[in-house]
Ligand binder design. Structure first.
Ligand SMILES: C[S@@+](CC[C@H](N)C(=O)[O-])C[C@H]1O[C@@H](n2cnc3c(N)ncnc32)[C@H](O)[C@@H]1O
Length: 465
């Protein structure tokens, strides 16, 4: 029997991290590989999703890209009690499973218990209850030929545990997701990093949401230390970037790693990072340029733009300009070496420039993936930057503090804009994030000081005889 046609129900098991990013990542991967998936349950914050896929190769392709997913199994049975799970497995035609049970195939059964803990002895006891399966091979704990997964789901409230798991599943491991890449590309061991380098996990998620594939041309207009380009190049894209900071692009800023702060900086550049990950043949270049004044000819066509603009908190957001305006113009001295002065780059203007740039340079079907910092008390999903040619595909949240978060926005260019639609486009994002951030932080500080003062008064009044 054709192994690929045996089953078509799969269980995706996720890491307990960046929960809000799962759906956008998986959907982008499904689109990238043109996989027709049918959800058997609506995707939710649960650690598992059940899906019907046309064949096993599709499951393997999902696993080959996903970093939010730990592994994917071919589902042999799923029930709300162990008894029902056994009944389901026992009623399965043997012809479906015999090919995985042959004598020459070593195997192991792995028990996953979400929301509760189990001792090794309890796990072994549970594994023994599956002894009716016609497994003839040897048990091998390291690198067996076949791995079976028994999963118990005890819910999301560890302080309110049910008497038995809500769901139990059994299946055959198809493939692991790309969690190992997070360590392989980790900033901890990367040659060149900056203060605001994006960690490897989020960089990979961004590249996935951008549907980056081999041969694409991917651009980051706020490239910094190039972390986003590393992920894109790793997935086979040719990468190009720009940044206003000459010192950053030349590896001459202050060392970000404390322990090497006094050592000379050698081998530190985006190119060296690319070499570190064997992606140097896909590195086009980086240039010093202001994102407000892009130096690119209009014929440049990009498959994706992935970027993280400066929020003005940990790095400056600057654009070329001057406060010394004469007759409404900034006068640049002629015939002199001129190092342009800079002024603050307002976040709304930055977003607007990024949108205009994307409208001009993205191919139709290409994606813009970018972050938007927000104050939680201020966030309104109806006020996100929108354009009729850029379809907002996903909006995922990463909490940053008790009062801030950032949203990863993914847009897809759905048509070419008319000329007037690019020029006249404006983004209204209210006051600059930096201003709002400091205003709010000060307000919170004041409130906390007042609370502390009031509490002290209460304690004093209670302790008075
Ligand atoms: C959040 S950091 C990007 C970090 C980058 N993703 C990384 O992983 O290293 C923002 C970058 O934008 C740059 N920048 C600020 N204003 C700019 C401008 N007008 N044009 C281009 N880059 C700018 C800063 O120098 C900084 O490197």
């Amino acid at each position: 029997m054709n192994a690929l046609k045996t089953f078509n129900r799969y269980l995706l098991w996720f890491a307990n991290e960046h929960v809000d990013f799962r759906l956008a990542e998986i959907q982008a991967i499904l689109e990238l590989y043109k996989i027709k998936a049918k959800w058997l349950e609506k995707p939710s914050p649960k650690p598992y999703w059940l899906v019907e896929l046309p064949n096993e190769n599709d499951a393997i392709q999902i696993a080959s890209r996903s970093v939010t997913m730990r592994y994917i199994i071919e589902l042999w049975g799923g029930a709300t009690s162990m008894e029902d799970l056994h009944t389901e497995l026992k009623s399965m035609p043997e012809s479906k499973i015999l090919q995985y049970c042959e004598e020459h195939l070593s195997f192991k059964v792995k028990v996953e218990c979400y929301g509760n803990s189990q001792t090794a002895a309890e796990k072994v006891e549970k594994i023994d209850t599956f002894n009716y399966l016609p497994l003839k091979g040897k048990v091998k704990l390291k690198n067996p030929d076949v791995t079976f997964n028994l999963i118990e789901y005890w819910g999301m409230e560890p302080n309110n545990l049910p008497s038995k798991p809500y769901n139990v599943f059994f299946g055959r491991l198809i493939a692991h997701g790309q969690r190992d890449l997070i360590t392989e590309l980790s900033l901890k061991t990367r040659k060149f990093i900056g203060n605001t380098s994006m960690n490897s996990q989020l960089s990979l998620i961004m590249a996935n949401q951008a549907k980056v594939q081999p041969g694409d041309l991917v651009f980051d207009p706020f490239v910094g230390s190039g972390s986003l380009l590393v992920a894109a190049a790793y997935y086979g894209a040719y990468v190009l970037g720009s940044d206003i900071d000459y010192l950053m692009l030349h590896g001459k800023t202050k060392q970000s790693r404390k322990q090497t702060r006094d050592k000379p900086r050698v081998d530190e550049s985006i190119f060296e990072n690319m070499k570190q990950y064997k992606c140097q043949n896909r590195y086009v270049d980086v240039v010093v340029a202001d994102a407000a004044l892009p130096p690119w000819r209009s014929s440049l066509v990009l498959d994706a733009i992935i970027t993280d603009m400066p929020y003005g908190i940990r790095e400056s957001a600057e654009t070329i300009g001057s406060t010394k305006i004469q007759d409404g113009k900034h006068v640049v001295p002629e015939n002199e070496i001129h190092i342009p002065s800079k002024i603050e780059y307002d976040f709304s203007k930055m977003l607007e420039d990024l949108f205009k740039f994307s409208l001009t340079h993205l191919k139709v079907g290409g994606r813009l993936v970018t972050w938007l910092p927000v104050l939680l008390c201020d966030y309104d999903p109806n006020e996100l930057p929108m354009h009729r040619c850029l379809n907002l595909v996903s909006n995922c949240e990463q909490k940053l503090s008790t009062f801030t978060s950032r949203r990863l926005l993914t847009y897809e260019k759905i048509k070419e804009p008319e000329l007037h639609e690019v020029g006249a486009f404006t983004v209204s994002y209210g006051a600059a994030f930096r201003e709002k951030f400091y205003r709010h932080a000060q307000k919170l500080q004041k409130e906390r000081a007042e609370n502390r003062h009031n509490n002290r008064e209460i304690v004093l009044s209670l302790s008075e005889p």
